[in-house]
Design a binder for this molecule. Structure first.
Ligand code: XLS
Ligand code: MG
Length: 343
């Protein structure tokens, strides 16, 4: 029986478009996805603002809240919570050059409007977490933005969110690159430093995604540990990634099972979830999957996470201590691999 509560986003069941090709699967309606998430064994759903309120740019603030109420009912009917809302600031023509760091003040206003509406939506869904995946807050052409001013602009934007709602908690989801070349906030360390510059550091934390850490050339388990040590790890997006190339969002553990084990181990050891944090799975089905099997990666990720949790609970700390005392790390390494490999 897992001690974790698991969450997932509607974008994790997608139509299969990539940078080089169109969709290959039909869209599945949100209510159907929500029902299925429950059946698979999830506890909560993560949302982009426009997952909840499609075409929200054309709606009044009141209409946005009304639509969010309807989605809340669907969640309630299915016995699921909402974990967070994230403004989707990378799709709109107004955020081509970034949101909070755009060179155009009108675009920055639009980004701020979406962030505040996301807070409204979060309130209607009954959650107090806003995730900022700072997708385009960086540059394609290095000299196109002032990098110091840009960091300060992100801090100012977060301050406005904190002022707008005294309960909202802002989680920065870090990623070093893609869709931009260089990000202004690439790692968990950056997120924490940034949080400390805001008007209320206790309400600004981080979300670590495994693949994003790997893309930064870092170890995801140590990024998780750094967040935990700073009491700033308020969500995770577990998935996998084969080396430093395009963002793959693969099923958790399929590329590097030991690295996956160590992520789960550090979460287990630190009693992650004790303050209600969820283990999110930000995984995507391969483009080749047929529609009838487009949830398979979710089943598999959940299964692997739970098996690794079980293994982490069986970890023999007495043997580890002995190996450490003898400085016999070869023995310790083999023990870990045996633990992972044996049934
Ligand atoms: C990027 C995700 C993105 C965020 C939430 O990793 O797919 O959607 O997790 O905004
Ligand atoms: Mg993510």
């Amino acid at each position: 029986m897992s001690k974790f509560k698991f969450s997932v986003g509607p974008w994790n069941v997608h139509e299969g478009a990539d940078a080089f090709g169109p969709p290959v699967r039909e869209s599945i309606p949100l209510t159907e996805k929500i029902k299925k998430f429950k059946e698979i064994g999830f506890d909560a759903v993560q949302f982009h603002d426009d997952d909840v309120v499609p075409e929200m740019n054309d709606l009044s603030d009141a209409a946005i809240k009304q639509k969010a109420k309807e989605v809340k009912k669907v969640l309630k009917d299915n016995g699921l919570g909402a974990e967070f809302v994230a403004p989707r600031l990378w799709m709109d023509p107004r955020t081509i050059d970034g949101g909070f760091t755009s060179n155009d003040p009108k675009d920055r206003d639009f980004a701020q409007w979406r962030a505040l509406r996301s807070i409204d939506i979060a309130n209607e869904l009954g959650c107090n977490k806003l995730v900022l995946w700072l997708a385009r807050e960086g540059t394609l052409c290095y000299e196109s933005k002032d990098p110091v001013l840009s960091v300060n602009r992100i801090i100012e934007a977060i301050n406005k969110m904190l002022e707008y709602d005294k309960n909202i908690h802002v989680l920065i989801e870090t990623k070093p690159n893609e869709p931009i070349d260089r990000s202004f906030c690439p790692t968990i360390g950056h997120a924490i430093a940034l949080s400390n510059k805001t008007i209320d550091p206790d309400r600004v934390g981080a979300l670590l995604e495994s693949a994003h850490a790997i893309l930064a050339g870092l170890d995801p388990a140590n990024e998780i540990a750094f967040g935990l040590a700073n009491k700033k790890l308020w969500s995770v997006h577990l998935n996998d990634q084969n080396g430093i190339k395009y963002d793959q969002d693969k099923t958790f553990g399929v590329e590097n099972l030991r690295q996956a084990f160590n992520q789960i181990k550090v979460l287990v050891e630190n009693n992650y979830g004790k303050n209600g944090e969820y283990v999110g799975l930000d995984v995507k089905a391969m483009r080749t999957q047929k529609i009838e099997d487009s949830y398979r990666h979710l089943y598999n990720s959940l299964k692997i996470a739970k098996i690794l949790e079980d293994k982490a609970n069986k970890f023999d700390y007495t043997f580890q201590k002995k190996c450490v005392e003898e400085r016999n790390y070869e023995a310790l390494e083999m023990y870990v691999l045996d633990l992972i490999m044996k049934g």
